[in-house]
Design a protein around this ligand. Structure first.
Ligand code: HEM
Length: 366
């Protein structure tokens, strides 16, 4: 039930200011009845209900609010007055039928940490261009050559989990997906910078859900310093790539896609989007993998069938004399494994909420 509930939870944040201020300004020109806001409370001044949401499992916050106010309620999170919607009908209204009334947005703290040039904060031609560049780096042609390197990272991760007694699978898989993200972004160059990038990124992400108060000692301040250092490391990586004058077709990674001559992205745009992609890829991938492990453990028959499919791939490689690392072609011989991944993506609630900002007055449900 909780899963079902979480799958439905779509947090659409649209600034109440966007709802209220147009009323106030347009009222002078053309008086309109002031529409009521949804039930709920805005909590304390400025901090709102941020601590209630982030100091516990967010499910508990949502569940208690829904129980008290129903599936649509107002609150105040990370310095932003907002409305949360959690019914499938309201989510469809915001994301599908009336999506033109909303634009993607994120709390101010996240925008400052990822960088304002990141794809998530844009619409129009710049957004389309970034989408194309990101997709290009994850097309089969670009991914094909990386299969064996991804396998190496997976083997390292499994070995490390086996050697130590692991009490948090998700955290281990976050490390794995971080390493795969770096490989996809920087190719083999990632080894040189992995530890520095990791150190800074891990500090940065701790502040993603912090209040945007940039004073010494605050989480936000520490994260912003790490963000600054990340920017410096990325500038160094860009300079090194340019110095080496690699041809674009020699690299099939996201960095070369962003650095293509025709794309004319600035260094700031490249850096913001690299950090943005790590942010988009890391927790999501680790979460899917964790759910897959959970579901397989709960379904021994499916686990057995997936194991047999994987063993058959190893066996067929041996028989055809192509022993060694996994290849792109091998991944085509895993239909059942693929279906398990697809089914997990369908059933599990990977991204349990997202944010939108109203671009004009919105009336929903009277
Ligand atoms: C399997 C795990 C993943 C899931 C479930 C997932 C889910 C999503 C969802 C639901 C959105 C839309 C959010 C919104 O509209 O508010 C999104 C956006 C995005 N994701 Fe993923 N994602 C996953 C993995 C990745 C990976 C590996 C990458 C790496 C490239 C990535 C890059 C992005 C980007 C760049 C966007 C923004 C797209 C845009 O603004 O047009 N995601 N993701």
């Amino acid at each position: 039930m909780e899963l079902f509930f979480m799958a439905l939870i779509l947090l659409a944040i649209y600034l109440i200011c966007a709802l209220l201020s147009p009323f106030l300004t347009s009222e002078r020109r053309c008086p309109r009845p002031k529409l009521p806001l949804p039930p709920g409370t805005l909590g304390w001044p400025y901090v709102g209900e941020t601590f209630q949401l982030y100091s516990q499992d967010p499910n508990i916050f949502f569940a208690s609010k829904v129980k008290r106010y129903g599936p649509i309620f107002k609150t105040h999170i990370l310095g932003c007055p907002c409305v949360m919607v959690s019914s499938p009908e309201a989510a469809k209204f915001v994301l599908v039928t009336k999506s033109h009334l909303f634009k993607p947005t994120f709390p101010a703290s996240k925008e400052r940490m990822l960088g304002k040039q990141a794809i998530f904060f844009h619409q129009g031609p710049y957004h389309s261009k970034l989408r194309k560049l990101v997709l290009r780096a994850f097309m089969p042609d670009a991914v094909r050559s990386k299969v064996s390197d991804v396998e190496s990272l997976a083997i390292d991760c499994l070995k490390s989990m086996e050697e130590r007694s692991i009490d948090n699978t998700f955290l281990e898989l976050k490390t794995y997906s971080f390493n795969v993200a770096l490989l996809s972004i920087f190719g083999k160059d990632e080894m040189t910078y992995r530890e520095d990038l990791k150190r800074c990124y891990y500090i940065l992400e701790k502040g993603y859900n912090s209040m945007p108060i940039n004073l010494p000692g605050t989480l936000f301040h520490k994260s912003m310093r790490a963000r600054c250092e990340l920017g410096q490391i990325l500038a160094k990586i860009l300079a090194t790539r340019r110095r080496r004058k690699f041809q674009h077709d020699q690299h099939h990674d996201l960095l070369s896609s962003f650095m293509g001559d025709k794309e004319s992205l600035s260094d700031e745009q490249i850096a913001d989007n690299i950090i943005g992609v790590i942010f988009a890829a890391r927790d999501t991938t680790a979460s899917v993998l964790t759910w897959i492990i959970k579901y397989l453990a709960e379904n021994p028959t499916v686990l057995q069938a997936v194991t047999e499919e994987q063993e058959a791939v190893i066996k067929s490689k041996g028989e055809s004399g192509k022993q060694g690392m996994l290849t792109w072609e091998d991944t085509k011989n895993m239909p059942l494994t693929s279906r398990v991944i697809q089914e997990t993506l369908r059933v599990a609630s990977i991204l349990s909420f997202t944010f939108r900002e109203a671009v004009e007055d919105v009336e929903y449900g009277g």
